[in-house]
Design a protein around this ligand. Structure first.
Ligand code: HEC
Length: 208
């Protein structure tokens, strides 16, 4: 069998098939073949229709969640996470302070202080509207990082100290605290008069 025979044979088969497929109408000599859609195509088509119908019924009548419901659901999770984070952040973290309490962080802390605190505590922390942070008298806190954290985080709005907990990042608060710690007992010459109670070294050591 040479290749020509093969071609002829194919040709005949195609023609025979086509005759079977010929539809019995004729438009100005143009005829049409009936090529039914493959089974797999029909299967996908009808399954999609069924799925679509089910989908439509579920979301339109059977109480399927709307995008608003989905959002609400997601928000519940997000708010819970935020609350947890806030709660965690509102507490002083000794390990975190220790991690930040390094000489190389002093400049960064000074910068945070310069950007947010000097308007009341003055450059160098000697005090103006806010108390002097360079002496050994402490008005609200006891001068140690933990009590300083509490006043910086929660503020004392009635007396003019803003709450920084939701304004500054947690890192910035710790950096500011590292700087505040370095000011303690440096007795700035321009220092504001003592306010509050004197915190003696010994007491301080017990607290730390
Ligand atoms: C708008 C003015 C203002 C700003 C800004 C401000 N403070 Fe204060 N700060 C105060 C006042 C007023 C007090 C005293 C609050 C009181 O008497 O209850 C205070 C108290 C403190 C105390 C406790 C001092 C003590 O003697 O017990 C610390 C620590 C402190 N501030 C740190 C900071 C830091 C850090 C920043 C910047 C992130 C800052 N403050 C920004 C006004 C301010």
């Amino acid at each position: 069998m040479n290749s020509n025979d093969k071609n002829d044979k194919n040709k005949i088969i195609v023609l025979e098939d086509e005759k079977k497929l010929l539809l019995d109408h004729d438009y100005d000599g143009i005829q049409e073949l009936n090529h039914p859609l493959p089974k797999w195509w029909n299967f996908i088509f009808y399954t999609s229709c069924l799925f679509g119908l089910g989908y439509w019924a579920y979301y339109s009548f059977l109480g399927g969640p709307t995008q608003r419901d989905d959002l609400k659901q997601e928000m519940v999770g997000i708010t819970a996470k935020q609350d947890e984070y806030k709660k965690l952040n509102s507490q002083y973290n000794e390990a975190k302070f220790a991690e930040f309490d390094k000489p190389e962080n002093l400049l960064k802390g000074k910068e945070v202080f310069a950007n947010n605190c000097v308007q009341c505590h003055e450059d160098g922390g000697y005090g103006n509207i806010g108390p002097n942070l360079t002496d050994d008298y402490w008005l609200v806190s006891k001068g140690n990082p933990e009590t300083n954290y509490n006043i910086v985080y929660s503020g004392s709005e009635a007396n003019g100290m803003p709450a920084w907990g939701e304004v500054l990042s947690s890192d910035d608060i710790y950096l500011a605290l590292v700087y505040v710690k370095s000011l303690k007992n440096t007795f700035h010459p321009k220092g504001k008069e003592a306010q509050g109670e004197k915190v003696v070294e010994q007491q301080e050591q017990q607290q730390q």
